[in-house]
Design a protein around this ligand. Structure first.
Ligand code: G6P
Length: 592
């Protein structure tokens, strides 16, 4: 998703901004641009495609004198990914960069066109630039407050005004924005990672805030009134960006799974009482997007099967608009790596507005969700850079599984808790063993690489793993794949099965093993080539098999999913895909 970064200070703005943009690349983008000013002139340079294309253009221009600037990576929403639609956008004396979506842009644009204002691009952002320019007044805070009252939607906006060359302005609503405070220099960005190499002092803006940023001073306004803001000191390991010799971040991050599992689980296993006890709740709603939602599906199954507690798991983009019925004492669990996914934030706000208790499972400690939820359990994934999540997903599963274990124990549904704790303790080692068998998965990846369609089938827990395996495969390799509950095959999918199709069959749910074996036989008898992941070998000759350790249902998905991640990774590599940045995808989906 779009990322913005701004700089005002003593150094060459171009260098700071380009480095900032590179650190925002992980969010996904299709064009980029920069606006620089020295007290007289504003230069705007944009480019389609990767940031290196923008750097090529910048090489031919001497930009040494510019100490103030705005920069942007654009992930197209309104208008195609071309040079005209790339940010920054300008109108009259106003130049802006924007992350978010202005929902009433169409109406606003029509009325501005009626007034004779001309537009170059198809973007909603240019409409905001025109609006700020229209209401430009000596009192910029008044101008921006007026514009905040007119525009609807989500935005983090960086603003440069021609006649005010020594200040930058930012406004924000429902899109993340952080200010970085330096010595005789200040910064802002969509994500702390774009500026944390320059400072460790940050201010997180709230919705409807305005900041007026000079190089040695920042004034903050909320609803038009000057306010003070809390400055947070946050030290972040800036070396986590290295690939450590791996060809891709995705592979590096999968290999980090044993280490981050150890780090995340250790405090809870040492002190079981530190795991939140959900015994007081009759019902659990798990809400998230993408892989985080699929991690939630494993949690939902565990809450129901092992802790006998009603649980639903829903995508946040649906939950935020639904009539969610809270009959009993309900806990709403939000799961998010970034803590900035727009739909998950909206679902959290809605649950809070409706008086429900909320608990978030989050990786980024400084994120909006971490700040808004009533309770937070952090995963310790460190920075995850590959767009397709791997290590953060696994930690989300680990934490929600621990929550289910604790609940089952509190409700006296299991007694041998020490055995389970020992099993969780052993998990990092077992995951390492799984990853060490990479050659087996490489062979499978080679076999499936020319497929056009792949299916994943499983029941209950296994179906939840299938959903993640299928998503991972299609997002990085671009092979169409679908996950189906095995029992549902006969109601449609089976008509697509023939001898060209690979079907991944996950078979770890012991209670349903026999049923799932029948489904495997069904697809095999229609010619499908099967890849079976199970606890014990089925000893059939026709299929490919991977066996995993015979551990409890609380932890088995932690052993199965890394296999699916590695198969997806190697399939994508074999097909020559841009593994870490699949086309059209964004790491952090900060707009609806
Ligand atoms: C994007 C990413 C996914 C991620 C999802 C939710 O779609 O590509 O990998 O699972 O967002 O992100 P979150 O940060 O909320 O976990």
């Amino acid at each position: 998703m779009c990322g913005i970064v701004g700089y005002i200070g003593k150094n060459k703005a171009e260098d700071v901004l380009i480095l900032g943009l590179k650190n925002l690349e992980y969010r996904g983008y299709d064009s980029s641009g920069i606006a620089l000013t020295d007290n007289n002139n504003i230069e705007i340079i944009k480019s389609v495609g990767k940031i290196k294309n923008l750097e090529e253009k910048l090489k031919n221009i001497n930009l040494d004198k510019y100490n103030i600037g705005l920069a942007h990576t654009r992930w197209a929403t309104h208008g195609e990914a071309n040079l005209v639609n790339a940010h920054p956008h300008s109108s009259g004396n106003v130049v802006i960069v924007h992350n978010g979506i202005i929902e009433n842009a169409k109406e606003l644009k029509a009325s501005l066109i009626n007034e004779g204002i001309k537009f170059n691009s198809e973007t909603d952002t240019e409409v905001v630039a025109a609006l700020i320019n229209k209401y430009l007044d000596n009192d910029i805070i008044k101008t921006l407050s007026k514009v905040i009252g007119i525009i609807k939607g989500s935005y983090a906006l960086g603003i440069m005004i021609k006649n005010i060359p020594d200040k930058l302005y930012v406004i924000k609503k429902d899109s993340p924005l952080v200010i970085g405070i330096g010595k005789d220099e200040n910064f802002f960005a969509s994500d702390i990672c774009a500026i944390n190499m320059f400072t460790n002092k940050f201010v997180f803006l709230e919705d409807n805030d305005i900041a007026e940023i000079s190089k040695d001073k920042i004034n903050y306004y909320s609803n038009g009134n000057k306010v003070d803001k809390k400055v947070d000191t946050i030290d972040i390991d800036v070396n986590s960006k290295s690939k450590n010799g791996y060809p891709h971040y995705m592979l590096k991050e999968i290999n980090e799974e044993p280490m981050v599992l150890e780090k995340t689980l250790k405090p809870y296993l040492e002190d079981f009482s530190s795991i939140p006890d959900l015994k007081g709740y009759d019902e659990i709603h798990i809400v998230a997007c993408g892989s985080a939602m699929y991690a939630g599906m494993i949690g939902k199954t565990l809450f129901e099967e092992k802790a006998n507690t009603k649980a639903i798991c829903e995508v946040a983009s649906e939950y935020r608009y639904k009539n969610n019925i809270y009959n009993n004492k309900t806990l709403v669990i939000l799961i998010s790596q970034s803590g900035e996914t727009a739909d998950t934030i909206a679902a959290l706000k809605k649950a809070k507005e409706q008086g429900q208790d909320t608990l978030a499972i989050v990786n980024v400690k400084t994120s909006t969700i971490a700040r808004l939820a009533d309770k937070v359990v952090f995963i310790e994934a460190g920075e995850e850079i590959a767009v397709a999540t791997t290590k953060a997903y696994l930690l989300q599963v680990a934490i929600i599984s621990l929550l289910a274990l604790k609940l089952a124990y509190s409700k006296k549904l299991i007694d041998n808790i020490d055995n389970y704790i020992a099993e969780f303790r052993n998990i990092p080692k077992l995951v390492k063993n799984v990853i060490d068998r990479e050659n087996e998965y490489k062979k499978i990846a080679k076999k499936i690489k020319d497929s056009e369609n792949i299916f994943f089938i499983g029941r209950r827990y296994d179906y939840a793993m299938c959903l993640e395996g299928s998503l991972k495969l299609k997002e990085v390799s671009y092979i169409h794949s679908e996950a189906y509950p095995s029992g549902e095959l006969k109601h449609g999918t089976i008509s697509l099965i023939d001898d060209k199709i690979f079907v991944f069959c996950i078979l770890t749910d012991e209670e349903l093993c026999e049923k799932s074996i029948s489904n495997i036989i069904e697809v095999e008898s229609r010619g499908a080539k099967t890849v079976i992941i199970s606890r014990k070998s089925l000893k059939q000759n026709r299929n490919l098999e991977i066996c995993v350790d015979d551990v409890s249902q609380f932890v088995i998905s932690l052993l199965v999913v890394p296999i699916l991640q590695l198969i997806a990774y190697h399939t994508a590599v074999n097909r020559g895909c841009d593994v870490d940045k699949p086309k059209n995808l964004a790491k952090s989906v900060t707009v609806e």
